[in-house]
Design a protein around this ligand. Structure first.
Ligand code: MN
Length: 251
């Protein structure tokens, strides 16, 4: 089984090493193709206005001077001579839950894999304040990653679907398959400051996003100390609105 591994925190991210170690439990044909720099929040963006360079660090190790999506595209089109059986994206440092998913470079790398018809899984380690700057936060990813991936290897994946996995920060109690939740729209902090030359800047913060915990969601599962597994689909159509909206445009 050939596995392509990527990580939106960049080629040097500790979570990439963690995921390589997890992948090594399933295969010895592992290829790394990851952004050369951190790309968190890049979403499903492509680099179109500048060249993208491929940096080779080993027979099966590559960095791409671009986004997570660029990395998967380069991996599939330029690096690998035959398609991988599996794409693993992560382990991200931080949650990719609820409607953060569309901002996520981690999930978007898996989306690119799903678009290419390849079984793709995004993995993220949720952290809390105490573990944020240490390696300890990947404890659950290391322990539970293989247990989550194993059943997904031969589970049916419908076309244009992928699986999003989040590991809780504390000791995990188990695994739940849940739907995507939603944050209340109190999109946190934009921090304003002055740079050393006196010019005003703004910096988007990620904290203090509040949410109401709906039952059966990824947010609730993590809050309840479980690994959250959410199947996602790329079809964003809101089907029940097709008729109601269509009637608005009838002659
Ligand atoms: Mn990230």
């Amino acid at each position: 089984m050939r596995i392509l591994v990527t990580n939106d925190d960049g080629y040097h991210a500790p979570g990439l090493t963690v995921l390589e170690e997890i992948a090594a439990q399933f295969s010895d044909d592992i290829w790394v193709c990851a952004p050369s720099e951190e790309q968190s929040g890049a979403g499903h963006s492509l680099t179109l206005n500048q060249p993208v360079r491929l940096q080779k660090f080993g027979d099966r190790r590559f960095a791409v001077t671009g986004t997570p999506t660029d990395s998967v595209m380069m991996g599939l089109r330029e690096v690998l001579d035959s398609p991988p059986d599996l794409i693993l994206s992560g382990v991200n440092r931080g949650a990719n839950l609820g409607d953060d998913i569309t901002y996520s470079g981690t999930v978007s790398a898996a989306i690119e894999g799903a678009l290419a018809g390849i079984r793709s899984i995004a993995l993220s380690q949720v952290y809390n304040g105490e573990t944020r700057d240490t390696d300890a936060e990947f404890v659950n990813a290391r322990e539970w990653g293989p247990k989550v991936i194993q059943p997904l290897l031969d589970a049916p994946f419908a076309d244009r679907t992928l699986v999003n996995v989040n590991f809780p920060p504390g000791p995990a109690k188990g695994i739940r398959v849940v739907r995507q939740g939603f944050h209340d729209y109190l999109r946190g902090s934009i921090v304003e400051g002055r740079d050393p030359r006196g010019h005003r800047y703004f910096w988007f913060g990620l904290h203090a996003i509040e949410h109401t915990l709906d039952h059966g969601t990824d947010l609730e599962a993590i809050d309840d100390g479980h690994v959250a597994v959410t199947p996602l689909q790329l079809d964003l159509t809101h089907y029940s609105s097709i008729d109601t909206l269509g009637r608005r445009f009838e002659e």
